[in-house]
Design a protein around this ligand. Structure first.
Ligand code: NCD
Length: 320
């Protein structure tokens, strides 16, 4: 079996040992390199199931917030590459409940593992971890800040499903204020020639700092309250859950939680070739009948995610 993945004529050394903290670290060229690796890996996984590229490597998965997909896809990714995982999903059973500080927990995990995947409720926590860690930190969501690996897999999904990104109209729907996947994806889309619509209730509009940053990067996101009027132009509809856990006042959550529900009637006015995406978990924002529409890509999106995370681990751990 292969111990490395080769990418002829491409210099991947800048990824070796890299912390993955924000999408701002990546250029278009980086993305196309990551996606080339992800495609190679997919072919190898389809042929062999598991590889031994990361044999002997150990990943620490340190999750201070709930997770199904991100945590299991990183666990699947390292194991399908021949490595192993230390899984801490419930920090209340770890020394965190004894009052241990994040920095000390990171140093601990770094003495055992070769890289650390961190999800934490506080924005900026991944940077704090990276500042003390001798091993690469991969930000798997820092509060309402960023979720860079999700954005990478979101872009990969768009390219694989629609063959391109340039020239597309992307509509982001739902909780644009607290949804970190939206924040990371919007910033990454600024690398491409994309028309961006933001559709959200007034209380959940995208943070002004994000809008300013997008404008500074040459984008001009258009705000809408009404989805129906732009559905027929949309190539990618990116639906998000209202992030209940971020509301200080739950009565406001109750007010906005069902602001948008995508159903088959709305899908009737959409293009034949478009995709509906969602980082998941879904609550009520996409009705279940939409799952049977071939344009619903949110379940395929998860599998793309595993290949992207495999590619990132192989790159960061120096095996590409
Ligand atoms: C997202 C997250 O955690 O930010 N989930 C994920 O990683 N796929 C989205 C969400 O929780 O709504």
């Amino acid at each position: 079996m292969n111990r490395t993945i080769s990418l002829p004529d491409q210099d991947t050394s800048r990824f070796h040992g890299m912390n993955i903290l924000s999408v701002k670290q990546f250029s278009r060229q980086d993305l196309s390199m990551i996606f080339d690796v992800a495609r190679n890996i997919r072919t190898m996984v389809e042929r062999e199931g598991s590889l031994d590229v990361l044999k002997g490597k150990l990943l620490a998965n340190l999750f201070y917030e709930p997770s199904t997909r991100t945590s299991s896809s990183f666990a699947a990714a390292i194991q399908r590459l021949g490595g192993n995982v230390i899984q801490i999903n419930n920090v209340t059973f770890s020394s965190v409940s004894k009052g241990e500080e994040l920095r000390d927990t990171i140093r601990t995990m770094g003495s055992y593992a070769d890289a650390i995947v961190l999800r934490h409720p506080e924005e900026g926590s991944a940077d704090i971890a990276a500042a003390v860690s001798e091993k690469p930190i991969i930000n798997a969501g820092d509060g309402i800040g960023e979720h860079p690996t999700q954005a990478l897999l979101d872009i990969f999904t768009i390219v694989e499903e629609l063959d391109t990104i340039d020239g597309l109209t992307v509509t982001m729907l739902g909780d644009l204020k607290y949804g970190r996947t939206v924040h990371s994806l919007a910033k990454l889309l600024a690398l491409y020639d994309v028309k961006l619509y933001f559709v959200a209730p007034d209380l959940l509009r995208a943070p002004p700092a994000l809008v300013d940053e997008l404008i500074a990067n040459g984008m001009s996101p258009c705000k809408h309250v009404d989805l129906d009027s732009i559905m027929s132009e949309t190539d990618v509809l990116y639906v998000t859950r209202v992030q209940r856990e971020r509301f200080v006042d739950q009565s406001i959550y109750e007010k906005v939680k069902r602001s948008y529900v995508l159903n088959v009637d709305t899908m009737d006015s959409a293009k034949d070739r478009m995709v509906v995406m969602h980082p998941l978990p879904r609550v009520d924002e996409i009705s279940r009948e939409v799952d049977y529409d071939p344009r619903a890509a949110y379940f395929r999106q998860m599998e793309y995610g595993m290949y992207v995370r495999m590619a990132l681990l192989a790159l960061v751990l120096g095996k590409v």
